[in-house]
Design a protein around this ligand. Structure first.
Ligand code: GRF
Length: 197
């Protein structure tokens, strides 16, 4: 809380559509006093729409194709190097579909934030929306959490509940979930950065 007015340098890691990236960009762009500067967007896949979104806002992009590396460690090292070159301070995962190694996560303690589409600790892992839908629960939601080496396990810093109605299909639920994520992620991210040590 004793920080000066210099903006915090953030990189956003993506693998796909980038709608959460867009929500963060929109929140940052609409407030000149926003504490975050989105320095770069890194994708493990070329040709994903998230990269277009970044380019549309003149944000630097990097493609680090995971298939080019012989191990997870080597891939993570390439990501780490890219982050260092950009002088990044905090990392946001936004639909980034690679599991980061313990070695990587430990180099960024308390500095990686993720969005997961469930009320953690419920429904960890892939297809969390479908898992909740098929479990027949009457509410699910999304979580923003700090990343630790164990997948979807770090401290939760924000959650939003999404009700599952009788009339919901997996598609309508998915739509509601994305809406909730787009509201929650920028808001919690901002608070997290403002309240950082
Ligand atoms: C989101 O549902 C997020 O919770 C999950 O992956 C999805 C990414 O969507 N981790 P997008 O690429 O941000 O549109």
């Amino acid at each position: 809380m004793t920080h000066n007015t210099e903006k915090v340098k953030v990189s956003i890691l993506v693998s796909g559509n980038g709608s959460n990236l867009q929500a963060i960009i929109d929140a940052v762009k609409k407030d000149a006093a926003h504490p975050i500067d989105i320095i770069s967007v890194i994708s493990n896949k070329p040709d994903v729409y998230a990269l277009e979104r970044a380019k549309n806002h003149n944000i630097k992009t990097h493609v680090v194709p995971h298939g080019d590396y012989e191990s997870r460690e080597a891939f993570d090292q390439a990501i780490h190097q890219t982050l260092l070159e950009d002088k990044i301070e905090y990392i946001c995962l936004a639909g980034f579909m690679r599991i980061l190694t313990e070695g990587f996560v430990n180099k960024w303690p308390g500095r990686i934030i993720n969005v997961h589409p469930s009320l953690l600790p419920e429904f960890k892992g892939a297809n969390a929306i479908k898992q909740a839908f098929e479990a027949g629960v009457n509410e699910t939601g999304c979580s923003i959490h700090v990343v630790t080496p164990e997948m979807d396990d770090g401290p939760v810093i924000g959650q939003a509940i999404v009700k599952i109605e009788e009339s919901d299909t997996l598609e309508t639920l998915t739509e509601k979930m994305h809406k909730a994520e787009h509201q929650l992620y920028p808001q919690i991210l901002r608070r997290f950065i403002e309240e950082r040590d």
